[in-house]
Design a protein around this ligand. Structure first.
Ligand code: GUN
Ligand code: FE
Length: 423
């Protein structure tokens, strides 16, 4: 792959606490990776192509660590219930439509196009229980050049009659889907996706645990999201020490492969310990947690406990795909948590929330989400001229404003692994 450079105001977080800022510098890409940041191009790079975005902000691509593709069709609707009622009233009826190829192609087309033009360069995506349209979604995503992990959802219990599988069918369909998708794509890969404990029987989870071991796949699911759900899991598995322990007993909690759990609003100390010991990622989805009245995840506590945390949109619990919104919402809810729940839990700063959206969640994909040398070259070129400032602002301040005011219109160019996605 060719070597090239972007020129502009570079901003990234190597750690949670501080934004690194390089004004009017060159960011060099070699073989899809960051080669370095330079104020003048070294002689060895003489003659390489330079995309001059002087004046613009250039930041690492963001990771949407938790998003439901089939729910994109009803985002912004049905924001009047808690999780379990919302699943039955809005979510399962919509997802059950994705057995229909024609419907799925139309609906997934809108999602995929919007994801392509969003802040996300990477995403962990739930599809539905239907293997054929899950493969269709994977084919559509592959064409965007984004790097994504996509899961055929598994559900064989406590689900509506028209949106449920038998245990045997669920496992057989999952094996066939894994075989068809494992090496079919360059940028899209399968991720095991038990929906959440209440919709999976013990036999199904045991089977998925065996498949995890056999194929070495990553795992995504939901954890300790909402009080009604947490109580239900306790009733279903009274012997478990915590919600996460249920997944763990079936080998679906990081013991075999990389695992990401969405929400973790109500994780006990025992669950936090297990998340840390197993290296399980937390996908913090602040907008969804507000809309479904789930609560506020104590992210500060998770960071202090050494957990890996990223941000998710959780469409359609959340209504916005934008990583800008997720960063702003992560800051906002952390401020309410500090004020209303625990004044020992300091609010997240903007650089900390930006870190979660970039390097924090990016770590689920490897060396992703930073401009440190050796990281994969995922970058967004951002234009904030829609909002003229009456006085000069430092790049850090311009980023803060973009997080609060910005949307996809601000993304002038997007790169993933050095490939230009658009712009
Ligand atoms: N728990 C189980 N399924 C879902 C879902 O689709 N969205 C959210 N937010 N939580 C869930
Ligand atoms: Fe979700």
């Amino acid at each position: 792959m060719k070597t090239f450079a972007l020129k502009g105001n570079l901003l990234y977080t190597a750690g949670p606490s501080r934004l690194e800022s390089f004004q009017d510098h060159y960011l060099v890409c070699e073989d899809g990776h960051v080669a370095g940041i330079f104020d003048t191009l070294p002689a060895r790079y003489a003659g390489i192509a330079v995309e001059d975005s002087s004046g613009a902000l250039i930041v690492p691509g963001m990771t949407d660590l938790h998003v439901h593709a089939p729910q994109y069709a009803f985002r912004g609707l049905g924001m009047d219930m808690e999780l379990l009622d919302w699943l039955r009233a809005y979510t399962f009826p919509e997802e059950s439509r994705y057995g229909d190829m024609v419907y799925a192609e139309k609906a997934y087309g809108v999602f995929v196009d919007d994801l392509k033009h969003s802040t996300a360069t990477r995403a962990c995506i739930f599809a539905t229980i239907h293997p054929d349209t899950t493969l269709l979604l994977m084919r559509m995503l592959e064409k965007t050049g984004l790097v994504t992990k996509v899961g055929k959802v598994n559900m064989d219990a406590n689900s509506p009659d028209d949106y449920v599988e038998t245990t045997a069918d669920s496992l057989a369909a999952t094996v066939a889907w894994i075989r068809q998708s494992l090496s079919a794509f360059r940028y899209v890969s399968p991720i095991l996706t038990p929906r959440f404990v209440p919709s999976c029987s013990a036999a199904l989870m045991a089977g998925l645990g065996r498949l995890q071991g056999e194929y070495g796949l990553p795992v995504q699911s939901h954890l300790s999201e909402n009080p009604g759900e947490v109580d239900w899991v306790k009733a279903l598995f009274p012997d478990s020490t915590c919600y996460g322990d249920v997944y763990d007993r079936f080998g679906l909690f990081g013991s075999g492969g990389p695992t990401v759990m969405a929400h973790c609003v109500y994780s006990s100390d025992a669950e936090i310990k297990l998340l840390r010991e197993r290296g399980v990622f937390v996908a913090h989805c602040p907008q969804s947690n507000v809309n479904l009245s789930s609560g506020i995840a104590p992210v500060r506590k998770y960071l202090e406990n050494g957990l890996s945390v990223g941000l998710g949109s959780d469409i359609a619990g959340g209504y916005s795909l934008s990583g800008f919104r997720a960063v702003a919402d992560a800051v906002s809810v952390s401020r309410l948590y500090w004020r209303l729940v625990d004044d020992g839990c300091k609010p997240l700063t903007l650089p900390e929330a930006f870190y979660l959206a970039t390097k924090g969640g990016g770590a689920f994909f490897g060396k992703v989400g930073s401009f440190e040398a050796g990281y994969e070259f995922d970058a967004l070129v951002l234009d904030d001229t829609l909002w003229p400032s009456l006085r000069p602002l430092a790049p850090e301040k311009r980023l803060e404003r973009l997080v609060y005011l910005g949307d996809d219109r601000c993304i002038r160019q997007k790169y993933v692994q050095g490939r230009k996605i658009f712009g």
